[in-house]
Design a protein around this ligand. Structure first.
Ligand code: 13P
Length: 263
């Protein structure tokens, strides 16, 4: 039986002062005996503050990205060993925003390479994280154009295949996959719960083929995209959804604790 997991992705929000206030509220709002696994992914600069505050709690901490090399002349980057050293248990990879696929922000073509994460770099990042025993949270999902062209399943199958190249099921056993339709991120448009569950089921079937049946049964598959207190319960009771990757709603401790309660 897979345990439910709710992850808050703070994205580029929260100074250390704001993070301290948010975490102090959150630990009071979430029942310490909850059966749900909870993790917060703050920006790099806030990881240490959040880790310190959550030290005695059941909450885990994650990062939002990583660079795949171990160390060296890679200005501006952070390695998996640094994340492990800072106490990260999880790390998001392949988020549509680091892939340069935004749901609502228009970026000019010349700035897209700045975000330019590809299936190949996602694969390298997963390998670097596994080497440090950090659980990757691999994000996959289609844009609105891809959905309208009925390419949702093909896009996701290709993202999964690329991400798991050369990786064994046993290595990713405790990893996480998040289905995040790009058009539902930060837009307030949630994917219909039946369709979200169908895609999560499709992901599990793909994992069975790409990895193996044991890994596919153990990997938690989350839904992300405008998850909030008012829709979390319906999403989390769907058979193929093992929890949520929550953006905007994770910035408000009251709202996020409601989402955790729904799980
Ligand atoms: P929102 O919950 O703000 O739509 O963001 C979802 C997301 O991208 C989480 O990684």
């Amino acid at each position: 039986m897979r345990k439910k997991l709710v992850v808050g992705n703070w994205k580029m929000n929260m100074t250390r002062t704001q993070a301290t206030a948010a975490i102090e509220s959150l630990v009071l709002l979430v029942d310490p005996k909850t059966e749900v696994d909870v993790a917060i992914c703050p920006p790099y600069l806030t990881i240490e503050t959040v880790t310190r505050l959550l030290h005695q709690s059941h909450f885990r901490v994650g990062a939002q990205d990583v660079f795949w090399m171990g160390a060296g002349a890679f200005t501006g980057n952070v390695s998996a060993s640094m994340l492990a050293d800072a106490g990260c248990a999880f790390c998001i990879v392949g988020h549509s925003e680091t892939r340069g696929r935004f749901g609502k922000l228009e970026v000019t073509a010349s700035t897209i390479p700045y975000f330019s994460e590809t299936d190949e770099t996602v694969n390298l990042k997963i390998k670097a994280l596994l080497y440090q025993s950090i659980h990757p949270i691999l994000c996959v999902g289609e844009t609105l154009d891809e959905r309208n062209a009925e390419q949702t399943d093909a896009v996701i199958a290709a993202q999964l295949k690329g991400a798991f190249e050369g990786i064994e099921g046993a290595e990713f056993y405790n990893g996480v996959v998040a289905y995040e339709p790009v058009w539902a991120i930060g837009t307030g448009k949630t994917c219909d719960s039946a369709e979200a569950s169908r895609v999560c089921g499709f992901i599990r079937a793909q994992l069975r083929e790409i990895l193996d049946a044991d890994a596919a049964d153990s990997i938690r598959i989350l839904y992300g995209g405008s998850v909030k207190a008012s829709n979390a319960k319906e999403l989390f009771t769907m058979p193929d959804i093992d929890g949520g990757l929550v953006g905007g709603a994770s910035l408000d401790p009251e709202e996020f604790s409601e989402v955790v309660r729904s799980a």
